[in-house]
Design a protein around this ligand. Structure first.
Ligand SMILES: C[S@@+](CC[C@H](N)C(=O)[O-])C[C@H]1O[C@@H](n2cnc3c(N)ncnc32)[C@H](O)[C@@H]1O
Length: 282
């Protein structure tokens, strides 16, 4: 059985999530913080792409996975990136053109059921996106249909945020008026709660030889303004946008205190979960 969802609510939440990323697209992964880039490169490395292969990158954002994948498969291969946020797609398409990557295509499309031909990809990569989807099990099943018989899936999720990052988000959330406390996308967090549940999800979607590894990544910020610019550029924007503008300075001051009570340099450790699997049994 797939994910049971309220389709109308799921569709609304999905588009609201993509709209938040769309508004952050100009600075997403472009604030000078080492975060999505190293995570994307590590996903590509773990999936083990070879020159000439065909790759689909779902929820491609500004190319943290797409660009290293394009380098790994080379001009004899091909990469298709899809994202539901049109500004992400426009900007990434422009970066791809500037880099002269003629073997890469970027389109606006829904990662829940990519409108692409079956059995055409050697790898489907999903960097930090499946937990945003209302029906991740159905999405993973759809990716399996797109894979060639020898194809592989590579998915990342957040295993654990730095406790200080969580404290900062809690500090921000205290400034939300009650009617704005509901997050725009409830998702299916139970699927990704543990290494076991994540592995089980991939196996239920039909994947074999599933491996799960949690890897820590360090990110440094020059100062609190650097942190705030970074927070506006990605999913944390969903909280910042819902704080009334007149409460924002106090909210950011509280977040700064939660992040760095003594004002020492800001550094966060984020644990990312890498889930890799194969379409075929052996
Ligand atoms: C956290 S970002 C990850 C981007 C990129 N994979 C990376 O590792 O930096 C999530 C991305 O998924 C996109 N997204 C969210 N929901 C989507 C959906 N239903 N279909 C396609 N893309 C979606 C967002 O627009 C955003 O670019």
């Amino acid at each position: 059985m797939g994910d049971r969802i309220d389709v109308a609510e799921a569709t609304r939440a999905k588009h609201e999530t993509a709209a938040v990323f769309d508004r952050g697209a100009a600075t997403y992964d472009r604030t000078g913080v080492e975060f999505f880039g190293p995570m994307g490169r590590e996903l590509v490395r773990r999936v083990g792409l070879r020159p000439g292969q065909q790759v689909l990158d779902v929820g491609c954002g500004r190319g943290a996975v797409l660009l290293p994948a394009a380098q790994a498969v080379g001009p004899t291969g091909g990469v298709v990136g899809i994202d539901l946020a049109p500004t992400m797609v426009d900007l990434t398409r422009a970066d791809v053109a500037t880099a002269g990557l003629a073997h890469v295509r970027v389109d606006v499309a829904d990662a829940e059921d990519p409108p692409l031909p079956e059995a055409t990809f050697d790898a489907v990569l999903a960097g930090l996106v499946v937990f945003l989807l209302p029906a991740p099990l159905d999405a993973l099943r759809a990716y399996r249909r797109l894979l060639r018989p020898t194809g592989r899936i590579g998915v990342t999720t957040f295993a654990a945020h730095d406790p200080r990052f969580n404290d900062a988000l809690t500090a921000l959330a205290r400034h939300l008026p009650p009617e704005r406390r509901q997050p725009p996308n409830k998702g299916k967090p139970e699927h990704f709660a543990t290494r076991e549940s994540t592995g089980e999800l991939l196996r239920r979607a039909g994947y074999h030889q599933v491996t799960i590894d949690d890897v820590p990544f360090e990110s440094r910020f020059r100062d609190i303004d650097h942190f705030v610019a970074w927070a506006w550029s990605h999913g944390a924007r969903a909280i910042l946008e819902r704080i009334p503008p007149d409460r924002l300075p106090a909210a950011l001051a509280d977040a700064a205190h939660a992040l760095s009570p003594t004002g020492e340099s800001l550094q966060l450790t984020t644990s990312v979960r890498f889930a890799i699997g194969s379409r075929a049994e052996s």
